[in-house]
Design a protein around this ligand. Structure first.
Ligand code: ATP
Ligand code: MN
Length: 510
């Protein structure tokens, strides 16, 4: 590469190489010292020279000195930066507004006030990205969650949402840990499918046919044989059926993927796009399934307590603030206390039939206080009933089992009474159903009979029935709604606030 031979040019090249080397070295040092705030606050040492980059939460100024609260998203805590006005000048400091991206080099010193062990005495300040304080929507004050939902592109920069999304990450990690430690294999089930796990509508169609003048068949229906897949296709509502195929081969599997439901329910617990975790286990019965679900939820809650305490303390304070406006008897338990309580106590297990008796005879029902009165066996439980059982009757999570076959899916295993199926729902305080699952019907004849009764087209499902034809075995599994879990561990009350970008009826922004 080096082809210049003259004395001069050799010198130039040497100098160039030397500079290059130095700048690489410097970059390396910078990278090492470009520390995350969480690490600085945990393991920083007074007197060391460091560089940090992040976003300005606030800047307070006096004549001589400015205090900048800097956050890089790695922790709920800000790093206080102290900048002498004389050293940097008003001009530069004026650019350091809420929302601006800056880099700071300086010395870590012991903090006088601010409730933190360290602050950073700035010796160099770099404005990396300015932010017009007049226009930046996230002001250093309390914004409503509704307002922040409309600012979903900027809300991760707030304390509340950065805490939520760090916890979301921690829970993802914990879920994979839990299953990996127990010999489960993660399976990616398809997002586009031509099957409908529940045998009901509420799906999003996937099609490349023109919206206007789509080809039709003799009966005037859209002719999907001309569509991309040669048949009607949808976004998945569950990975369970495909998950079962893999459980019949790898024994223990779980899926963790996006799930889509076009149900037009504008509630605080439903999303059109959400994430679901679905373990499926060969040779498991309903009891094993309940044990797994309970162990799983407790593991995740303990993981949050062990790994996310800073964020939990903050979120607990936020919740307490919000609950102040509620009448005393409607306030929920303090967040961390509630998580400990659920992690440390056995869930209550009872059958649907027992639950109906309790609900039917409850004061609530007798006084007509349920929106949907309980008349007796056969009524589908609404969230108000689920919450009554959990919050009023037992004051603990509840696992309800053995529901009437009429209100559950075709693949659930028929009980010996011929009336109920081996279903289980795990019900949580404030949330209602967090997990739905069952032992699956492994007996081919019984499964086919249910499919006929419920008008599930068997011709399209031969691949599913094959698992019952060849080496069929008892098996069970469940689905945990990831965002419902997050509602519980973060103490948030609206599901739109625990997913980065919520998709709900009439809402697909960003
Ligand atoms: P629900 O009765 O609450 O609408 P479901 O019985 O229709 O729920 P399942 O089909 O049993 O739900 O799905 C398993 C889990 O997925 C549920 O227990 C819940 O945690 C979660 N879930 C279901 N639908 C949604 C949704 N629209 N948004 C977010 N999570 C959901
Ligand atoms: Mn369910």
């Amino acid at each position: 590469m080096v082809c210049c031979r003259g004395k001069n040019s050799t010198f130039v090249i040497r100098k160039f190489i030397r500079m290059d080397y130095l700048s690489i070295l410097q970059a390396r040092i910078n990278k090492m010292k470009n520390l995350r705030i969480v690490d600085i606050l945990k393991t920083g040492q007074v007197g060391t020279q460091i560089t940090v980059k992040g976003w300005v939460r606030t800047r307070r100024g006096s004549k001589n000195v400015n205090f900048i609260a800097l956050n890089d998203g790695s922790t709920i805590h800000n790093l206080q930066v102290v900048a002498e006005v004389e050293l940097f000048g008003e001009e530069l400091l004026k650019l350091i507004n809420t929302g601006a991206a800056i880099g700071v080099t300086g010395k870590l010193v012991e903090s006088a006030g601010s409730g933190q062990s360290f602050e950073l005495q700035a010796s160099a300040l770099e404005v990396i990205g300015v932010s017009d304080p007049e226009k930046y929507p996230i002001q250093p004050k309390r914004h409503s969650l509704e307002f922040l939902r409309e600012m979903a592109h900027l809300r991760p920069r707030t304390a509340t949402f950065s805490a939520i999304f760090r916890m979301r990450h921690a829970m993802i990690f914990a879920i994979h840990n839990f299953f990996n430690e127990r010999g489960f294999y993660n399976v990616h089930t398809p997002i586009i499918t031509s099957s409908d796990a529940e045998g009901a509508g509420e799906m999003f169609r996937v099609s490349t046919l023109p919206a206007k003048d789509a080809p039709v068949d003799e009966d005037g229906n859209v002719d999907y044989s001309q569509d991309f897949f040669g048949k009607a296709a949808n976004l998945t509502v569950s990975g369970q059926l495909e998950g079962e195929l893999f459980a019949m081969a790898l024994s223990r599997i779980y899926t963790f993927g996006p799930t889509f439901r076009a149900e037009n329910s504008n509630t605080s617990r439903h999303l059109a796009e959400f994430w679901m975790i679905e373990p499926e286990v060969a040779f498991f019965d309903l009891q094993d399934n309940m044990d797994l679900a309970e162990e799983f939820l407790k593991y995740l809650i303990r993981y949050a307590l062990d790994h996310c305490m800073d964020d939990l303390v903050f979120l607990s304070g936020r919740l307490a603030e919000e609950e102040k406006n509620k009448p005393a008897d409607q306030r929920s338990m303090e967040l961390i206390e509630k998580l400990r309580f659920v992690a440390d106590n056995d869930f209550v297990r009872l059958t649907y039939t027992e639950a109906i008796e309790i609900l039917k005879n409850s004061k609530q029902n007798k006084k007509g206080k349920f929106q949907y009165p309980i008349t007796g066996y056969g009524t589908d439980l609404q969230s108000e009933h689920e919450r009554f059982l959990v919050e009023v009757e037992f004051k603990k999570p509840v696992i309800l089992t053995n529901y009437p076959k009429e209100i559950k899916a075709f693949y659930m295993r028929m009980d010996d009474n011929g009336k109920t199926v081996s279903a289980m729902d795990v019900l949580f305080p404030q949330i209602g159903e967090i997990i739905g699952g069952s032992q699956r019907e492994e007996r081919l004849e019984l499964l086919e009979r249910r499919m006929d009764e419920m008008n599930i087209p068997k011709e399209d499902m031969q691949w599913y029935l094959d698992t019952r034809r060849f080496g069929g075995c008892p098996h069970a599994g469940f689905g945990l709604g990831f965002e419902r879990l997050l509602l519980f561990v973060t103490g948030m009350t609206n599901i739109r606030d625990v997913i980065p970008f919520a998709r709900t009826p009439k809402n697909c922004e960003f």
